[in-house]
Design a protein around this ligand. Sequence first.
Ligand code: FES
Length: 124
Amino acid sequence: MNWKRVCAASDVPENTLKRFDIDGIAIVIANYGAGFQGFPPYCPHMEEPLADSGMLDGGILTCSKHLWQWDLRTGEKVGLAEKPLLCYDIKTEGDDVMADLEIELINEYDVEDDMDDDDFFGSD
Ligand code: FES
C-alpha cells in the first residue's frame, strides 16, 4: 500500500468527476454521493478522457462516447460495457480523499477495436 492524498473531498462535488495527477500517476476521482471512486483517466473502451466525457448519476458512470456504464458503488459493468473499470483503493481521512497508488492501473486496448462514431450511430 502507498496511500497518497489526491484532493479534498470538497474539490469534487457530488455527481462530478475530476482528474488529478499525483506523483506522475493520472487518476480521476468521482463523487457518487455515498462515497468516492478512483480510476485511470481514460475509458477502457477507446481511451475517451472520462473526466471530460464521463457522466455520473445515481452511482452510475456513463462514458458519453459509446455509452458504456459502470456502477461505481460496486465497480461492476452495467449495460453495454464489455470491460471492467479498473479502480484504485480509495479511502477518506477527514476531508482528504486518499488513493493507494502503489501500482499504476493501465487499461489494455484491442488493436482491432477501431469502431468510430459512424459505425456506432449509423451513417445515413
Ligand atoms: S470510448 Fe467510452 S464507451 Fe467507447
